[in-house]
Design a protein around this ligand. Sequence first.
Ligand code: EPZ
Length: 417
Amino acid sequence: MSRYIINGRKRLSGEVEVQGSKNSSLPILAATMLTKGENVLFHCPVLSDVDAALRILRYLGCEASVQNGAVLVRTDSLSGCEIPDAFMREMRGSIVFLGALLSRQRRALISHPGGCELGPRPIDLHLKALRAMGAEISERYGVIECSAENGLRGADVALSFPSVGATENIILAAVLADGTTTITNAAREPEITDLCDYLTSCGAEIYGAGEGCVVINGVKSLSACSHTIISDRIVAATLMSAAAVTGSEIYLGGISSTHLASIIPVFEEAGCEVFCRDGCIRFKAPERLRAPSLIRTMPYPGFPTDAQAPVMAMSSVAGGSTVFVENIFENRFKHVSELCRLGADISVEGRVAVVKGVKGLYGAPIKAQELRGAAGLLIAALAAEGKSELTGINYLERGYESFEQTLCSLGADVVKI
Ligand code: EPZ
């Protein structure tokens, strides 16, 4: 099991181009199943979750390869309709293959997705919407069997919660369906907009992407295209947290400040200077961080739940107290006990965590248990005096591309063993 050895309190400096977005790449890779011809995806990050998505496509008979930093996918030879349990369990994002597979093959056999580290991760909203679009869905022996022998039809779907994955699955099921689909209370994340931009380039008719109501007019076919994946706003927030806890000034390239609109004010409240221009960010930390008072995670454009752990690491060494309210997932404070091993002063009550900033953290052995928690622990280790050993970095590598190299290029002391 690989691990990181981190020697903290090294000041960072320099510039980083922000990697492509994991949560945009996964639905777009699923969407390629709906196209004819060769798709070329630029700026697709090199991650274990992306590798898992490519394995699913190849298993289903598609051609998928990585050449010169671009991902090439041709799905004309797609022949299967079953995604084995082992693949489904590798990541939560596997569920987003359902809508596209069902649309393309009119049948899909999957199991419940993995990634249950944040809570039960139900898919009731996905299945309810697909049933409304004409799918027959049964669950037995751990297999979810979906079929739509006469193809999918447009429907009016109102989501009880603006679920990112459910919104993506409905869009993927709707673009080739018969008729019009309306999604009310749709998720508005930038990754949804990026998916819709890709599908529109392929010939889909989608209106209102990134807004609460999305309308999709089904078309007859979609043609493969080239698309550049947007940058990963959560990786950008993680790098800002790294600079904040080390009193550093860094530059981030290729990231939209719009996608960080609810994150930047938190860093500014902590005393950081954030200057945005033409897709670049100049980030400068203060000598002493001030604790942001209250952070509520919300659906986009609110503060993203995925940035909660890295920002909590920052608040653990800020002057004052920060209250975190985790409104999206039931169980997303697993990193707290490990942060406390480094000397953080955090108490958790249900969905609320109260962080009392301490003067400093001290290196210790720490263990990651999920992707963003791993990032938070890494940020805290960068702040800590002395050596930390972080295990469970396989979780980190699901979403962060060569992250130890990125941090070392900025002057951090992180060694992968
Ligand atoms: C996506 O997960 C992201 N994953 C998550 O990022 C992100 O945290 C999340 O959206 C929220 O922004 C990918 O895009 C691959 P949801 P998803 O459906 O689609 C409940 C990361 O670290 N819900 O918006 O699973 C659910 O239990 C990952 O990159 C239902 O109740 O999120 C949760 O409480 C972690 N029924 C809430 O909605 C459903 O059918 C948000 O889930 C679906 C969801």
